[in-house]
Design a protein around this ligand. Structure first.
Ligand code: ATP
Ligand code: FE2
Length: 329
């Protein structure tokens, strides 16, 4: 018998539910929140998730029924327990608890960051990689060691995606800013010096964001976008390379929405090439927030008996990946 798990993601802008088995995604339904102005408003995003949760889940259940799977025969319901925006997390957890009780199936809270990592390992040949996880709110370099995903380096302030989005907003570019900045950056090779901040194994982006904003007063959008990317990405590639050297691992996996950026991929690829390491990037649909990654981590936890029960299904907006005991490796 195949194990099948339903997973619900909704830590920020994307509400997405999926059913997976050991081999593949059986079905996925997604409903994305788009802010009318500015960035994500946590309460509005949560209201969006509350409004669409039942339709998304119903559509998903209909779809698996059409594929011959009775929802009662699912093995577990997984959901993003954190990190993320509090109001969004609570909405999704409530939906997951209801579904778990209605179908009488165990509930499994999963760590969103680790879900990004495990889906990447599932959908690429990576086995034991150093992971660069770069999204809106998070920027971390992680690797597995002795029962946990250890954080080797991370941002001391905002995530790289939020830094890009914030700079873009101040430059009058629409949200999300990351892809816009990439577009402008492609049209320049003129580097303007900006603050490169790596402290030990950690990095920081807020000084860079402010300096880039100021640079727009005397330099072109193209040059500033180019220089912003070159600086921020070089900081993260440096830390990733040092994590490779330190751990002795020979694979790098890129995860998270900012991983869509082709220049970041190119820089990591060059670094890996020079060190004789392999570089892996999953398909784009598995990089940004998605329900399949939550379902898949739920499946790994279910199979390794990591089921906490409904009494332990509280959310944690600062849930760290290195707080999780990895029972499935
Ligand atoms: P998390 O909850 O893990 O922090 P998230 O809600 O921020 O995730 P993701 O989909 O992982 O969602 O990442 C979204 C971020 O990715 C946004 O900040 C967006 O600007 C950025 N992004 C998307 N495409 C690109 C790109 N091509 N270049 C740079 N940044 C990008
Ligand atoms: Fe994410």
């Amino acid at each position: 018998m195949k194990t099948r798990v339903l997973g619900i993601e909704g830590t920020a802008w994307n509400l997405s539910a999926a059913v997976v088995d050991n081999d593949d995604v059986i079905s996925e339904v997604t409903e994305t929140y788009q802010p009318e102005t500015g960035g994500i408003h946590p309460r509005e995003a949560a209201q969006h998730h509350a409004k669409y949760a039942s339709t998304v889940i119903q559509q998903l259940l209909e779809d698996i029924k059409n594929k011959g799977i009775d929802p009662k025969n699912l093995d577990a319901i997984a959901f993003s327990q954190g990190p993320g925006l509090g109001p969004c997390l609570r909405t999704v957890a409530t939906a997951a608890r209801m579904l778990s009780l209605t179908l009488d199936i165990p509930i499994i809270g999963v760590n969103h960051c680790i879900a990004h990592i495990e889906v990447g390992k599932w959908k690429t040949p990576a086995k034991d990689p150093v992971v660069l996880y770069v999204s809106g709110a998070n920027s971390q370099v992680l690797a597995y060691r002795k029962g946990k995903y250890r954080v080797f380096g991370e941002t001391l302030d905002v995530g790289i995606g939020n830094a890009l989005d914030k700079f873009a907003r101040s430059a009058g570019l629409p949200h999300p800013g990351g892809p816009r900045i990439e577009g402008h950056a492609k049209r320049s090779i003129n580097y303007i010096p900006l603050p490169y901040i790596v402290k030990g194994m950690d990095f920081s982006f807020s000084g860079l964001t402010t300096a880039a904003k100021d640079a727009l007063k005397f330099a072109s959008m193209e040059d500033v976008c180019y220089s912003f990317q070159e600086t921020a990405f070089a900081m993260m590639v440096e830390v990733t390379e040092r994590a490779l050297a330190h751990t002795g691992k020979n694979e790098v996996l890129l995860a998270g929405g900012v991983g869509a950026n082709m220049r970041l991929r190119e820089m990591l690829d060059i670094m890996c090439d020079e060190r004789g390491a392999s570089f892996y990037v999953p398909e784009k649909r598995f990089m940004g927030d998605n329900g399949a990654m939550i379902a898949y981590l739920g499946l790994l936890m279910y199979k390794s008996d990591s089921i906490a029960g409904i009494e332990n299904s509280h959310v944690n907006s600062n849930f760290r990946p290195d707080a999780v005991d990895v029972t499935w490796i």
